[in-house]
Design a protein around this ligand. Structure first.
Ligand SMILES: O=C(O)CCC(=O)C(=O)O
Length: 243
């Protein structure tokens, strides 16, 4: 699927998969990098918040690992990423999030139905965040229906309202059902900040690691580090710009 047809699908359904953006070898390197980044290294690189989260008994998520890892930073600023972001958001863009989700079978992690608008502080983002924000993940492992695939309710980005969950880390079906989006390692998935999605526990014996990067048009957000300025990529994340 070409990038322009992925964009059409994204606009219509609120989510799209761009196949085979990164190679299997690159994914293997990303995985090694993700496991090598320590909380101490992220903190030392001046990330201003708690550098990781645990789900139940295990580290499940790391924040801004690109601050502390050369390879993950290179992937973030890779020309294939830049092309994808530019096609969707233009020449002036900020980096809003940068995370690795481990999603190992033993971590019992889940996500309730939610919209990513719940993470976008109203003090930072203008009301047009809905059109000007792009959420992306790189599948580092194959994503299958049984290993905690994110389930999206296609078209729900056009719904008027959706209630914020009480507990984000507890999936409850609540009568809703969507499509579990599968992908091969190296595929990129993009989704709207307004699409309703969630994920059940990884019930397989395989991990389902993803590398998330979220971007917003610079004009639509107050702070956050620059990603593209006049079409040119900014290679270093400035941690002082992370609110
Ligand atoms: O990777 C997942 O399972 C869920 C991620 C997610 O829903 C999010 O970060 O908004």
């Amino acid at each position: 699927m070409s990038l322009s047809s992925s964009k059409e699908v994204y606009l219509k359904k609120g989510v799209a998969v761009i196949p085979a953006v990164f190679t299997e070898d690159e994914c293997a390197q990303m995985k090694i990098s993700a496991y090598s980044v320590t909380d101490e290294a992220i903190t030392k690189a001046r990330y201003p918040h708690v550098p990781s989260e645990k789900a139940y008994n295990k580290k499940s998520l790391i924040f801004f690992p690109a601050l502390a890892n050369f390879n993950l930073n290179n992937v973030r600023t890779d020309p294939r990423r830049v092309h994808n972001v530019k096609t969707c958001l233009g020449d002036n863009v900020r980096q809003i999030n940068n995370k690795v989700y481990f999603r190992e079978p033993e971590d019992i992690d889940t996500f309730a139905w939610h919209r990513d608008t719940i993470f976008r502080e109203s003090s930072q983002f203008k009301t047009n965040v809905e059109n000007d924000y792009l959420q992306t993940i790189i599948a580092i492992d194959d994503i299958t229906e049984d290993n905690g695939a994110v389930e999206f309710i296609e078209g729900s980005h056009t719904w008027e309202d959706f209630e914020t969950p009480n507990n984000l880390r507890q999936f409850k079906r609540e009568g809703l059902s969507g499509t579990k989006y599968v992908a091969l390692k190296g595929d990129v998935m993009v989704w709207s900040v307004k699409i309703v999605h969630g994920s059940e526990v990884n019930g397989s014996d395989r991990s389902r690691m993803t590398y998330m990067n979220g971007f917003c048009k610079s004009d639509s957000v107050l702070d956050y580090p620059d990603y593209l300025v006049n079409g040119k990529v900014v290679h270093e994340i400035n941690p002082e710009r992370i609110p």
